[in-house]
Design a protein around this ligand. Structure first.
Ligand code: E4P
Length: 218
């Protein structure tokens, strides 16, 4: 499973890229607002740090606007993935951009039928929003399972499932078990994945016992 980080904060991205575990980045307008820097500059900086796909979302909601902005964003770097919303105009833009050789991430997916449409439109990635479905009392992870079944029935579609709106470590585990190809995860949640109280306790004990041996490893 690939790990993308869901942030527009270049410092967080640098930190995580240094681990060697980062396969890509997703941003959205709300994350860009938080980062409070010029959008194209943010994307260019991220693409310098990360070789994998970097999602940059269009702001327009009509086909012509999405195409204009998508082409501008795709010019920034080879690994830019243009993010478009799951609407008819977005799907049309997805088809044209992917026919032009640009990677496309179709975002704001909340149903398996929407995911099927995005795959037919040539999406590189489909982004089902798990946490936002949980927020309204539904089971977001069920959507990942449904999309996995459909995409496995039609492997020629070739779209990758990018589990999005993951809010905790359990979401990451369940998305991996459900067969999502990619998880996009907030920095704090990625960092939290390594933590376990028994790991800390065990390490403390090993360090103390090693000290008592009086040895060094040379
Ligand atoms: C994905 O591409 C989105 O940026 C993100 O995962 C949305 O997460 P949220 O529902 O926590 O805002």
């Amino acid at each position: 499973m690939k790990f993308f980080v869901d942030t527009a904060d270049i410092n967080e991205i640098r930190d995580l890229a240094a681990t060697g575990l980062l396969d890509g980045v997703t941003t959205n307008p709300s994350l860009v607002l938080k980062a409070n820097r010029p959008f194209k500059e943010i994307i260019a900086d991220i693409c310098e740090v990360v070789d994998g796909p970097v999602s940059a979302e269009v702001a327009s909601t009509d086909y012509e606007g999405m195409m204009r902005e998508g082409r501008i964003l795709a010019e920034i770097a080879e690994n830019v993935t243009v993010k478009v919303p799951l609407t008819w105009d977005g799907l049309r833009a997805c088809k044209t951009l992917s026919d032009e050789g640009t990677m496309v991430n179709v975002t704001l997916c909340f149903s398996a039928a929407q995911a099927l449409l995005a795959a037919k439109a040539g999406a590189t990635f489909i982004s089902p929003f798990v946490g936002r479905l949980d927020d309204i009392g539904l089971d977001g992870m069920e959507l990942i399972q449904e999309i996995r079944t459909i995409y496995d029935n039609f492997p020629e579609l070739g779209t990758e499932i990018l589990a999005a709106s993951l809010r905790n470590g359990n979401h990451v585990k369940l998305a991996a078990m459900a067969g999502a190809d990619v998880a996009t995860i907030p920095p704090a949640v990625i960092k939290g994945l390594v933590k376990h109280p028994l790991t800390d306790k065990g390490l403390e004990q090993f360090v103390a016992d090693w000290k008592q041996t009086g040895q060094t490893i040379e």
